[in-house]
Design a protein around this ligand. Structure first.
Ligand SMILES: [Zn+2]
Length: 525
């Protein structure tokens, strides 16, 4: 009996070894068939342009909403597989229909005119963007790693990466279609799955990249409508989802295989980005502005400190916490006030939870945060992932007050139902913070002080983020005596209340001028 079992074990071991060799060979066969079907054998570079839609990640109106959408004015991507480099250039604005329909959400809506643009680059270990002045802005090594993943999930980048790896293979039926799925790990870290259809074309890829609050975030790209461009088959429909919703929906209009490409790393991009620094500005009576790209406030109470806005990511929060400890050495950070759910204002919250702070947020955000705080953070484990603890919440409906009888923070929800002409298009959970003793208002995203546009300069983009008028009307409704405003998206301290009124007037004039100026109406093209 014992002998029989040993024989069976030996047989199974040999069988398993043969099976895995067959599988490894099969995976290479599949890849060889793909190279043939997709014309990738001699492909070194490719450039394509597209029309379509861009969606701003993490800026949905409600926490459950898809990301707000913008019409691409142009999109061009140049991929250099030989040198592990790419450039991606695109610009977008809100479509006139979305503007007229008062699309809601963040990401700089409402937006009218030429809109916004982004130029992103990768070359090996370097990532950089082009700033508004045309200068290269170096990006951190973590973003270079993310862009290498993004290069490896383009169709030919995926084949190249899969050929270098030793992929696992399985068959899977997806929506009634039989697919071959090849899976491998990129750079020893990122799991990548590719779905290959019966025509040996790459149908879908999925991978996971680290996101400060969403954790290991699924990136999923479907490739379809393959067309021949000089012997190379390129998908002409590319739909990319991140965090569960589309971020790009492209229809490729032109493509050229093997153009001459020279993506040179600018000297400025070889310099490591400056590490985060937190600058402190006292506002008096136990209140400080903490400037770290965007602004937070530290407010000292009798027994504790409250932080207004847990923006950014863990690094920023660690900087804010360290600076707060210097300012107020003997009191715990008991509260962090979340202005709203958008990723740029909630990305640092987990660090405060790890610190033991209670999150003060709109009531409807509690189940949302509880849900996303449970998402895995294996790719880039943060303090809370290493030492998990449940988050504590204090929830806000219409208003909420933190007070020790001397120091106070009053939180109010911004709303718009009384003002049909001016909608809170940004986020229904938006809270503003008023410090009655200092007559200071802290607000996110409704008023970002702007450099004044000189008179008689044509205005190419009207960006009504903020809905400054809505903010001003809410302040009137609440009868708040605001003397200074601390905008979270500003890195220069507080501004006098009068500046808000001045900018509302300027914006009204600009909007009227913009409407009159037919030459500036690029949005309608
Ligand atoms: Zn926002």
């Amino acid at each position: 009996m014992r002998k029989t079992i040993l024989w069976a074990c030996a047989f199974l071991a040999v069988f398993a070894a043969v099976e895995s060799r067959v599988n490894a060979k099969d995976a290479r066969d599949v890849l060889a068939d793909m190279v043939h079907a997709m014309g990738a054998a001699n492909l070194k570079t490719i450039q394509y342009s597209a029309t379509g839609t861009y969606f701003w990640l993490g800026q949905g109106y409600r926490s459950s909403d898809p990301w707000p959408k913008f019409t691409l004015r142009n999109y061009t991507r140049t991929l250099d597989y030989e040198n592990g480099a790419y450039e991606e250039k695109f610009a977008w604005t809100e479509s006139p229909a979305d503007f007229a329909n008062q699309q809601r959400g963040g990401g700089l809506t409402p937006l009218k005119g030429e809109g916004m643009g982004q130029d992103n680059f990768l070359s090996g270990d370097y990532a950089w963007n082009l700033g508004p002045n045309g200068n290269a802005v170096p990006q951190p090594a973590a973003l270079a790693a993310e862009r290498r993943v993004r290069l490896a999930i383009t169709p030919y980048g995926w084949i190249q990466a899969a050929m270098k790896a030793n992929p696992m293979m399985k068959s899977q039926t997806v929506s009634g279609r039989k697919m071959t799925v090849l899976s491998f790990t990129l750079e020893g870290k990122y799991k990548v799955n590719g779905y290959i259809d019966s025509q040996n074309l790459l149908d879908k890829v999925e991978t996971w990249i680290p996101q400060p609050i969403l954790g290991d975030m699924l990136v999923e790209i479907t490739y379809s409508d393959y067309k021949d461009f000089s012997g190379v088959k390129l998908p002409t429909r590319i739909v990319q989802k991140e965090g569960g919703f589309p971020v790009l929906d492209l229809t490729v209009t032109t493509a050229s295989p093997n153009p001459a490409v020279a993506i040179k790393v600018p000297d400025a991009a070889k310099v490591a980005p400056a590490p985060l620094s937190v600058a402190t500005q006292p506002l008096g009576d136990g209140v400080w502005i903490l400037r770290a790209g965007t602004q937070s406030l530290a407010v000292e109470f009798k027994d504790y400190v409250a932080i207004i806005d847990g923006a950014g990511n863990e690094a920023r929060s660690l900087g804010v916490i360290a600076e707060t400890r210097k300012l107020v050495p003997n009191k715990p950070i008991r509260y962090v006030i979340n202005t709203h759910h958008h990723l740029d204002h909630s990305g640092g919250l987990r660090t405060f939870v790890a610190e033991g702070a209670t999150i003060v947020t709109a009531a409807e955000n509690k189940p949302y945060f509880e849900k996303i705080f449970r998402l895995p953070h294996n790719l880039d484990p943060d303090e809370l992932a290493r030492n998990p603890r449940p988050a504590r919440f204090a929830t806000v409906n219409e208003m909420y007050v933190l007070s020790d009888g001397n120091q106070s923070i009053e939180l109010y929800r911004l709303h718009d139902d009384k003002y049909p002409d001016h909608w809170n298009s940004h986020a229904p959970d938006m809270l503003i913070a008023y410090l009655p003793r200092q007559k200071i208002l802290a607000e996110a995203d409704f008023y970002n002080p702007a450099a004044p546009v000189p008179a008689n300069v044509p205005v190419a983009t009207i960006n009504l983020i903020g809905n400054k008028e809505d903010l001003a009307q809410n302040l009137q409704r609440l009868k708040l005596d605001v003397q200074r405003i601390v905008p979270m998206h500003y890195n220069n301290g507080a501004v006098p209340y009068e500046q808000l009124q001045t900018e509302i007037q300027i914006e009204r004039e600009q909007l009227a001028q913009f409407e009159k100026d037919a030459n500036s109406r690029i949005a309608g093209r």
